[in-house]
Design a protein around this ligand. Sequence first.
Ligand SMILES: [Zn+2]
Ligand SMILES: [Zn+2]
Length: 172
Amino acid sequence: MALCYIQRVFRSGPLHPQPRILCLHGSPDGPGQYVAIMNSIFSAQRSMVPIDSCVIGSQHSAFLQQASYITGGVYLKPQLLDGLFQYLSTVFATDLHSRAFLQLPKPAGVDFRASCFCHKTTIDMGYICSVCLSIFCKHQKKCSTCGSVFGQAQAAQDSSTPDRKRKTPLDS
Ligand SMILES: [Zn+2]
Ligand SMILES: [Zn+2]
């Protein structure tokens, strides 16, 4: 919704503000929202809108770590919630120009793991559709997103035809 609003402002006149989005995040990531979140992140990146993240929940948010990293925003998980206003006013309320002069919190590390589209669970390794880049935790016969038909997985179930070339949709 924030990105839609920003687009409307961009297109509505000569004004060209330098918007940014702040996510105040308290709950754990919902892996079911992975696709929507990644689409929003790439949309924000294209529009050059930084996504700032202030995580007030108990655990880090891998989604927002990626969002802030990719869009050039600030990711911060305050140690002391008593000082929340101080973080909001000094770190997040500062305009983009002034940020260059601040010692902003350095990200400790970004969790780049993705969620599979089939079960919405976070995975370390998986299969990727070579056409639409959908992610799956197990080998599929067909991409559930774009409908591309995959060949056999390499060294997989069908050992009776070991010489069969692995066919991806891009081979044909
Ligand atoms: Zn899965
Ligand atoms: Zn696909």
